[in-house]
Design a protein around this ligand. Sequence first.
Ligand SMILES: C[S@@+](CC[C@H](N)C(=O)[O-])C[C@H]1O[C@@H](n2cnc3c(N)ncnc32)[C@H](O)[C@@H]1O
Ligand code: SF4
Length: 417
Amino acid sequence: MRCVMTYGLYLRADGRLPCYCGAGETVTLGRYVPGEGRDFVEDVFHKGLFAHIREAQACGQTPFPGVCERCSYLEPDAPFDAEERVLRWFHLEPSMHCMLDCEWCQGQRTDTSGLKTMPMELLTEVTDSFARAGYRLEKGNVCGVGEPTLNPHLWEMMRYVKDRLGGDMLISTNGNSPYSDAIVPSGVDKVKIAIDSTRQEQYQRYRKRGSIERVFEFTRRIAEAREQAGVATPKLIWQYIMFNFNDSDEELLELQQRARQMGVDSLRIVYTRCNNYSSKSREAFPRDFDDIDFFQIKDESLLTVEEARERLASADALRAAGELEEAATGYIGLVNDTTKRLLLGVETYADFLDAVYNMERVVQDGTPSLTQEQAHALYAMEVAAYAALADIYTRKGEERQAGRYRAFMQKAGMVKA
Ligand SMILES: C[S@@+](CC[C@H](N)C(=O)[O-])C[C@H]1O[C@@H](n2cnc3c(N)ncnc32)[C@H](O)[C@@H]1O
Ligand code: SF4
């Protein structure tokens, strides 16, 4: 058995250390606060739940029974082979802020109540600790639920990690921030820029408040700076999410032509499953660019009604025992997984929208592949989890976050049973 957390780390902007599991934030492995005198590797990464994950696998057991079985990153048949002092991946979230408002952004359903901008000390303490312990990094992935370029120390952070741990660093951005002269010298290897159309009126349908001209400017200036410096990096990747409104041959050819003009190295075409998704097949994609990578979001193993029930009960028990942090983690994981179940259990995206924004209709009508009874049960559990989250954050005195959950419930037409 091989778990992705055996040799990797996800560091969120506020110091939370979630499990990078298929179920999102189902398990939080800890939190690191800079300036407290702890050594990250010795006191966190080699201890507690991180150590538990390695020990469980060494004994042939799943680290978190009931959760890991549904994780799409767990490889049940692969050998357990944690390499000494190699950090295979480091996922970093520099910022939870964003200047855009994309409808299906993960950030809309994530707990962003804590510190939203990663402090430089958090990154330097963690990096220094890995360097002292003799670790080397293989891959860095800079993304998270917000826009990384909104962290004023971003490029300095990239240089810091590269100098101490090495590694192939990829950063994902919406490309709407101003270009910075610090980008090329930061040593970052790849910059992946989200561009879902080359036409403003189309682009802003998903990337609300975004400007395609800013994306062009950001791309063009990196390509120029790279050329002036006589270096080949950062490689520029344009990521294009396929919707039913941006998938005409004409627009796709326009994209490829623009990419060539601007010095883009590769295209990443993403088949999403969110609202207005494209049904154009990969074969029908009109190719006019050498380096294109197609990416399809996978169906993940589905949460059953029984599992959802058990997870709701265990989160309820934690809440009753006053373990609010753990309970909230459980409810968030349940909400994410239930939404996925409803998402994958319906046939069209219009049905999914109904499932999320007008669940009552689905509950009344049933859906093609989810029985009415199942939809009703999952809906009720999702409502209960949201209501519990609103209560927990009120009790924690975090009224803003509680308000977000209540607002979502209202928007989704959720009615407390
Ligand atoms: C939450 S974003 C954060 C990084 C940055 N703000 C951005 O948009 O590129 C993480 C990734 O999710 C992608 N993404 C956003 N909405 C998506 C959707 N509906 N389907 C698939 N990917 C999506 C983004 O393009 C980006 O690559
Ligand atoms: S630009 Fe990225 S982080 Fe911002 S709302 Fe869109 S997907 Fe989310």
